[in-house]
Each structure stands twice: as C-alpha cells, then as structure tokens.
Design a protein around this ligand. Structure first.
Ligand code: PEP
Ligand code: MG
Length: 586
C-alpha cells in the first residue's frame, strides 16, 4: 500500500528515485558500559578525536565554499564551528563519559536530548530554529565517532541520477553543494519554513520537500519513492498506477519547462502591447546568475539581512560597500533596489539578543529597529549611497507604518549624506528612495506617504499577515493566510490606484508577484512591475504574454466588488481560464 507524507514544498518539480539515507538517526545508538578507567580514557580520547575531526571538516568546508555560493554560507559554517567549540558539545559529553562510564555515542545522545529540550523551551522562533544547527553539528560528531565521512558533498559523485537523499536534516553547506550534483531530489524530516535549509533550498533547482516529520523512520535504503517538490508530498511504495501518473506529470513538467525556457528572451508584453517589468528578488550575489539567465529586468528587492545575521559584529560600511559594489558590477547596468535591513522577527542577529517580546512581529522590527539603531542604519545608508554612484541603485525602507517614520528616514539620509560629504566620498546625491507598503496603516496612508518617496513596493507577505492577523510562518493557521481575501485586494487596489494617479512607481515584491495564479488579477488592478523569486519569472511571463490588460481591468473590478473570499477564488480561476489563455504545455 502506498503511503503519502505531507511536508513543506521547497523545490519545484517532481522526481521518482531510490532512497539514500544520508544521516543516521539517534534511535539506534548503542548504550555500552565501560569496564574500567582505561576504557574510559580511551573513550574520552575517541570523543576528542571526533571533535577534532569535525572541526577540521568544517574548516575545510569553509575554505572550499564555491564562488557561486551565497555569502551567508560562510556565516552558517562559522555558526557550526562556534557550536562545536561550546562546552556543551566539546566538554560536557566527556564529563558524562567520565561520571557514568558510558560510550561516547551514548554520552553525546544524552547531552543532545538535554540540549534539544532546552532549545524547545526557547520562546523566540529564530533561536528555537537554531536547534537544527546544533543537531547538524551533532550528526557530524556522530559520523566522526563512527569513522564515517560526514560530507554528503563528497559522496555525491557516486550517486546515480535517480538518488533521492533522505536525511533527518541537511546543513546549509550540504544543500548548497547540491547545486552541482546530479541527485534527483532531497527530503528532510526537520526544517521549518524559516530554517536555514528552507531559505537556501528554495533557490536550488532540485525537487525537495522538508519538514516531513518521520520519513526516515518509514524509509529503507534503495526503496523506490516519489518526491513532489511542487506540492510538498512524498509517496512511499507507489503502485504502478501512481508511478505511471507521476511519469506523465514529470514528462509534462519537463516539456512545460522546455517551452517556458523559450520565453527567456521574449519581452513581457501583453497582447495589447503593454510592457510589464519583471524584476528579481535576491538575497546574495549568487542569485544574480539566474537573474541574467532568465533575463530579469533588474532587482526589485535585495534582502540585505544576510550581511547581519549569524555574525558577531555589525558589518562595516566598507564591507557593505564592497558587497553592493560587487552586486552592481555583476548586474551589468540593471537596476538594483536595496532594502535596508529588515531584522527583528525571525531574522535576528546575535548581537541583538533574544527578543523578549510576546509578539515580535508587532514589536521592534523592520524600520523601527533601524530607527532605534541609527548608527547601524546610517552605516548601511552610507554604503548604499556610495554604491549608488557606481550604477542604478534605489534605497527602499521596510515595514513603514507612517509618514513620520519616512520623515525620520529622510533625516538620517541627510545626515548620512553630510557625513560622506565631510569625508569627500563619491556618492549619489539624488538616489531614489522608496517605502515598502506591507502594513495596513501604510496602505491606507499611501496618499501622504507618496509625497515623501519616489516609489513604493508592496510587500504582500506581510501585508496579508497584518491585514488578516495571520502569522505568515505558522503552519497551524496557514489555511487562513489568503492572498485573495477581499480586504487584501481592496488595500492593493487602493495603493496601486493612488500611486498611478500621483504618477509614482509602484510594484509588488511579495510572493504574490511570483504566483502565476495572481498575475492577471494584478495586471487588471494596474500593476506594471512585479518582483519575484527568479525561478517563477518565466511562469509569470507566460501569463503576461497571453493577457489583454483592457479585458483584465473590467474583470478585476468584478473581483474587487466581490465580498465572499470563496467567490473571489472562483472568479480568479475563471480569469485564468478565459479563451485567450493558451497554456504553453497543452
Ligand atoms: C513582504 O513582506 O512581502 C516582503 C517582500 O518582505 P519579506 O518577505 O522579506 O518580509
Ligand atoms: Mg516584509
């Protein structure tokens, strides 16, 4: 009988392949009692060797980071090295071996259970997720105790093309090296939607599902499984009917992709000749490659947080300037929109400490944190201003709730410019500045906000969360997270109409922009610029080139008059199924 497991969809596409269990679980750890002091000494030495070996591997890994890897990968490996050096892993298991006369594996297992409980008790989401980092380090120590190589990476060469890696969790380092490997898919038991693995995994082009819970328990080496990275499903022991269906889906997916690839150089122009700007959301220099490959018009959102998280200190102006200069050089004249750092909810730097707030998403986050840390804010502003002298760069402020916040941002911008003048630095005096509209109060004050900024970009991820009071990262309420809720659509319409009337540039950079089912609705509302994960760009373009904005305007108005969310969904479906849409894969 086939078993279907549901997890979090991370990578698009599907694969049929054979299981390779990458990392061992903790349930089959032997518990041995050591007979005498000599045995204890030998066991302690074995543990110390395992720690040394693990450190050596992590250091080697740090040196071997591929050029195209995201800049944050080095920081993740440093975090693992730091965890390894902590007494909780480097010393306390030795104390257990000594006091209980047990084997190193059993001591480490006990210590891991204790640490896991401590992590689980942490209220802060971001810190709790770091448990996975601790477990990844522990997995490495285990493997070293067993004399096994811990590098998934070095093993990949021997994998067949139908190998599906199944792990309790994979470290970011492992996932990043998959970029060049030939594996068919990867799945993990752990990893929430905001874990490092998920953040990095999304940018990879391998079918993958994470957060499956107990997949490892249910799977055997070499067993045949199906991974559906588009819907977040893993199918164990598929029967012939299911296999045939998935073979058909995979063929269709591939042929769809081939057809979509032909659109790379087609301009995103609607049937009635309206040009739509398609921009990319990026998080690192590495993402620029796919931006060029897919001919995106530029960067509509550069999430700059990764220079700040997992570091002990704030990045310097020079470090940020070097990074932004590199991005500008690689963009070859395309527009770069740098969002100033958006920290405080799930992305917390270590120096910021653990958030004590009961509702961090309503606390000191986004622009509020920047305004509370003016030195940090102006340091980043100076780096952006200097970079803006090297190419087309805009500065964008996150989580704006009021005009007063924009006025404060402008004040800091003036101070930052003055500081650069005093240092005789070259910078762009006339840099364009914009606000992210992702809080309902900002959406409703858009008229006033637009008097102070050159452009706005709608962050639908947060706008939906705050409008509907639904935590965007809480799986338990995900069924209430509805981009098509009439209240959300009304806010979108208000923003777009006001910006268009005032002749100011407006775009969407939340996930809604990259979800092809909303493309036509957004066009109908008057949006002409969408910024998204580059992987979605061709799907959205495919919709655009088969749409007529004049028809869509009328249809969008019908949808906007609708008060019932279910009817809205039906109308959106109908909008996507009208005659002029010729699906490219049909
Ligand atoms: C958003 O909120 O829609 C957005 C693009 O910002 P982030 O997802 O980084 O919060
Ligand atoms: Mg946001």
């Amino acid at each position: 009988m086939s078993i279907v497991l549901h997890g979090v969809a991370v990578g698009a596409g599907m694969a049929i392949g054979r299981v390779h269990l990458v990392l061992r679980g903790m349930d089959d750890i032997p518990h041995l009692e050591l007979s005498d002091e000599d045995a204890v000494k030998a066991e302690i030495m074995r543990y110390e060797q395992a720690i040394k070996g693990t450190r050596r591997q992590l250091e080697q890994l740090r040196i071997a980071i591929p050029e195209n890897a995201p800049t944050e990968l080095g920081a993740f490996i440093s975090l693992h090295l730091m965890l390894l050096s902590d007494a909780t892993l480097s010393r306390e298991p030795i104390d257990i071996i000594q006091s209980q006369h047990v084997n190193a594996e059993w001591a480490l297992k006990q210590q891991t259970d204790k640490l896991s409980e401590q992590f689980d008790a942490i209220e802060d989401d971001y810190l709790r997720v770091r448990k996975q980092d601790m477990l990844q380090v522990v997995e490495r120590i285990f493997k070293n105790l067993n004399g096994l190589t811990t590098e998934v990476v070095t093993e990949t060469d021997d994998f067949g093309e139908d190998t599906i890696l199944v792990a309790h969790d994979l470290s970011p380092a492992d996932t990043i090296f998959f970029k060049d490997s030939r594996i068919a898919a990867f799945v993990t038991d752990a990893g929430g939607p905001t874990s490092h693995t998920a953040i990095l995994g999304r940018g990879l082009d391998i079918p993958s599902v994470i957060s499956l819970g107990y997949a490892r328990e249910l799977l055997n080496e070499d067993e045949l499984i199906i991974v559906d990275g588009s819907s977040g499903v893993l199918i164990i022991a598929p029967n012939e009917v299911i296999l045939a269906e998935y073979r058909r889906r995979i063929r269709k997916f591939r042929s769809h992709r081939r057809q979509l690839n032909k659109l790379k150089h087609t301009s995103a122009t609607t049937l009635d000749g309206m040009n739509i700007e398609l921009m990319a959301n990026i998080e690192s220099v590495a993402d620029i490659k796919s931006l060029h490959k897919l001919s995106a018009d530029g960067v509509g959102l550069f999430r700059s947080e990764f220079s700040y998280i997992n570091c002990d200190d704030l990045p310097t102006e020079e470090a940020l300037f070097a990074l932004y200069s590199d991005v500008i050089k690689k963009l070859k004249g395309k527009l770069l929109t740098i969002r100033t750092v958006d920290l405080g909810v799930d992305k917390n730097p270590r120096w910021f400490g653990q958030s004590q707030a009961l509702n961090p998403a309503l606390g000191l986050t986004g622009i509020r944190l920047c305004l509370a840390e003016p030195i940090m804010f102006r340091t980043q502003m100076r780096a952006i201003l200097r970079a803006a002298a090297l190419g087309p760069v805009r500065m964008m402020w996150p989580m704006i709730a009021s005009v007063a916040e924009i006025q404060q941002c402008l004040m800091h911008l003036n101070t930052a410019k003055q500081q650069l003048r005093e240092r005789f630095e070259v910078f762009n005096e006339d840099i364009s500045v914009g606000a992210m509209i992702e809080i309902p109060s900002a959406a409703l004050s858009i008229n006033a906000i637009l008097k102070w900024v050159d452009f706005v970009s709608i962050g639908t991820n947060d706008l939906i969360q705050y409008t509907l009071a639904v935590d965007r990262s809480d799986e338990g309420v995900s069924y209430l997270y509805q981009p098509s809720h009439p209240a959300v659509l009304k806010l979108l319409q208000h923003i777009v109409r006001t910006a268009t009337r005032l002749n100011k540039s407006v775009s969407v950079c939340g996930e809604m922009a990259g979800d092809e089912q909303y493309t036509r609705l957004l066009l109908g509302m008057g949006l002409r610029c969408l910024s998204m994960n580059p992987n979605n760009l061709l799907l959205v373009k495919n919709r655009i080139i088969q749409s007529d904005t004049l028809t869509l305007e009328t249809e969008a108005q019908k949808i906007l008059r609708q008060e019932d969310p279910d009817k809205v969904l039906k109308l959106i479906k109908r909008l996507n199924a009208t005659n002029e849409v010729v699906e490219i894969n049909n």
